[in-house]
Design a binder for this molecule. Structure first.
Ligand SMILES: NC(=O)c1ccc[n+]([C@@H]2O[C@H](COP(=O)([O-])OP(=O)(O)OC[C@H]3O[C@@H](n4cnc5c(N)ncnc54)[C@H](O)[C@@H]3O)[C@@H](O)[C@H]2O)c1
Length: 312
């Protein structure tokens, strides 16, 4: 198979690329290193890496037109500065539209997308959130701009799968609490935890199922989530354990900010029906692998799409 992966040096894209390359597929990856890092994806005879932006229509048309992939796996996203609406729209809207257009024009058979659960808003009206829950993306630039590509996919008539995600973590994770906890604890600094809960999913689990989707399994919209959540403080404790810390600061517990969700528990029943039962990697193992990565490569990022987060 020939796969064009956007954001191939990011957390999700690099794990998918590795699976495809290991089984002999041909991969072209594009990344502008906004949040990803070149060292996330090792050189491989069947891998071509392009440094560039998906917002560049000419480049995307050329890459897709020349390579003629069987599938586009679109993981690239902009989110690191919540007030940088320009970058978010260029990457998440213009970039997404460029890719969907190119898929149509060059008859790419399949398109895999990754959407944020924040598309349901920070106060979903049901728990767990079903796929019928209304879209309510106006909580952040990230959420608004990420929703556009899902709409274009629906409009295009092409064969696609979109995974709406819980929190995906593990090695190469640059956003959310895991890298922030590791970074601060390794410097002996205190952390705060909010009273929120999250469904943390191992990136390797998502990558395996994204490959199944790239191969043709499933159609339309899915939740990739275990359907159970844990308190953020449980993640903190798992990081402390994985770092084997004896003396560590007790975290400060804070109320949930206005633009944050208490919990967004996604109902994965359609995913289990179409992809079969998923054995999720336990949180402790997921965190252990993330911590191993940070020990070797350091923390780059610790980004959040939330306005109020205090990283000091
Ligand atoms: N990780 C999560 O918990 C989570 C949750 C919801 C949705 N998602 C979605 O899953 C996808 C993958 O997320 P991730 O965790 O791997 O993030 P990531 O930041 O590790 O990967 C995104 C990659 O896209 C690249 N990129 C950004 N702008 C680009 C551009 N204009 N052109 C080319 N490359 C560009 C970045 O450099 C990075 O390598 C994203 O679409 C994200 O919105 C992730």
């Amino acid at each position: 198979m020939k796969a064009f992966i956007t954001g191939g040096c990011g957390q999700v894209g690099s794990h998918i690329a590795e699976i495809l390359l290991a089984r002999g597929d041909e991969v072209v990856s594009i990344d502008n290193y906004a949040t990803g890092r070149p060292e996330h994806l090792s050189e491989h005879p069947k891998l071509t890496q392009i440094e560039g932006s998906i917002a560049d229509k000419e480049l995307i048309d050329k890459v897709v037109g020349d390579f003629r992939p069987d599938v586009i796996v679109h993981t690239a996203a902009s989110y690191k500065d919540p007030s940088d609406w320009y970058s978010d729209t260029m990457t998440n809207c213009v970039g997404g539209a460029n890719l969907v257009n190119a898929a149509k024009e060059f008859n790419v058979g399949r398109f895999i997308y990754f959407q944020t659960a924040l598309c349901y808003g920070v106060k979903p009206t049901e728990q767990p959130v079903t796929l019928d829950h209304p879209i309510n993306a106006d909580n952040s630039s990230y959420s608004i701009s990420k929703t556009v590509t899902e709409e274009y996919l629906r409009l295009s008539g092409i064969d696609y799968v979109t995974f709406r995600l819980a929190n995906v973590i593990g090695p190469r994770n640059v956003s959310g609490p895991l890298p922030i906890f590791y970074d601060r604890l390794s410097q002996g600094k205190g952390c705060f935890v909010t009273k929120s809960r999250r469904d943390f999913v191992f990136v390797g689990d998502l990558a395996r199922y994204a490959v199944k989707a790239a191969d043709g399994q499933g159609n339309g919209t899915y939740h990739f989530s275990s359907g159970t959540d844990v308190a953020i403080i449980e993640l903190y404790d798992a990081v402390v354990k994985a770092m084997k810390l004896n003396n560590y600061p007790e975290p400060e517990v804070r109320e949930i900010g206005e633009d944050d969700a208490e919990s967004i528990l996604l109902d994965p029943s359609r995913t289990f029906a179409d992809f079969g039962d998923i054995e999720f990697t336990p949180l402790e193992e997921t965190v252990r692998r993330g911590v191993e990565y940070f020990k070797e490569f350091g923390v780059h990022g610790g980004y959040t799409h939330l306005k109020h987060d205090d990283k000091k």
